[in-house]
Design a protein around this ligand. Structure first.
Ligand SMILES: Cc1cc2nc3c(=O)[nH]c(=O)nc-3n(C[C@H](O)[C@H](O)[C@H](O)COP(=O)(O)O)c2cc1C
Length: 185
C-alpha cells in the first residue's frame, strides 16, 4: 500500500481549503488504496525557508526541517489542495516545497485547486515548473473548483458531480503512479 500525503496549502484563518481537503481525505479513505497522512501546513507551521545549506545536501540544521523531511520521505504520493492567490498558488506551499528536494523526487503529485472563475487553474499553471524542478511527476487528472466558497457551508464542502467524478480519476491515477514510481527511486 502507498502512503498518500494530502497537503492543505492554505493557512489563513477561515480558509475554505480545510473543508475541501477534508473532502479529499474522505475520498482517499473510501478509495482504500492508501495510508493517509493529512498534512495541514497551518498546523505544521514552517517558518520561511531558513536552512543555511542548499536542500540537495540534506544537511538540515533545524528540527522543523528534519521533521518535515522525515514526513515527506515517508510519503509515496501527494495531493496538493491549493487556492489561487493573485494568479499563483499558495505561498505557504511554495515555502514547504522549497525546504526539500530529494524527498519529493520521482513521486506523483496531484492537484486539487480552487478559486474564483478560473477554478485555481492559473495557480496550477504556476506550480507546474516547480513540480518539474523537484522531480515530482504531475498526475494528469486534476480537480478544479470555480467559485468554491459557494460550495462550503458551516465548514463543510459540498462537491458537485463533476468534482466527485474527477477526484475518483485523480485517486486512481495517483495510486497507479505511486506504485509504478517506487522502483525508480
Ligand atoms: C490574497 C488573495 C488573493 C486572491 N487572488 C485570487 C486570484 O488571483 N484568482 C482567484 O480566482 N481567486 C483569488 N482569490 C480568491 C480565493 O481563491 C478565495 O478567497 C479562496 O477562498 C481562497 O482560499 P482559502 O480560503 O483556502 O485561503 C484570492 C484571495 C486572496 C485572499
Amino acid at each position: 500500500m502507498s502512503t498518500l500525503m494530502i497537503v492543505v496549502a492554505s493557512v489563513r484563518p477561515g480558509r475554505i481549503g480545510l473543508p475541501i481537503a477534508e473532502w479529499v481525505r474522505e475520498g482517499a479513505e473510501a478509495h482504500g488504496g492508501f495510508e493517509i497522512d493529512f498534512a495541514d501546513l497551518a498546523e505544521i507551521g514552517l517558518p520561511f525557508m531558513d536552512e543555511p545549506k542548499h536542500p540537495r545536501l540534506r544537511q538540515y540544521t533545524k528540527q522543523h526541517t528534519i521533521d518535515w523531511s522525515a514526513r515527506v520521505d515517508a510519503a509515496d504520493a501527494f495531493i496538493f489542495v491549493t487556492p489561487e492567490y493573485n494568479h499563483s498558488f499558495s505561498p505557504a506551499l511554495k515555502n514547504a516545497l522549497d525546504f526539500l528536494i530529494q524527498e519529493w523526487w520521482r513521486k506523483p503529485a496531484a492537484l486539487v485547486s480552487y478559486g474564483g472563475i478560473s477554478g485555481g487553474s492559473r495557480g496550477v499553471t504556476a506550480i507546474e515548473p516547480v513540480l518539474a524542478g523537484l522531480g515530482l511527476v504531475r498526475v494528469g487528472a486534476e480537480v478544479e473548483i470555480p467559485f468554491a466558497a459557494r460550495l462550503v457551508t458551516d465548514g463543510v464542502f459540498h462537491p458537485e458531480e463533476k468534482d466527485i467524478a474527477v477526484l475518483g480519476k485523480l485517486l486512481d491515477e495517483t495510486a497507479i503512479l505511486a506504485e509504478g514510481l517506487k522502483p525508480l527511486r
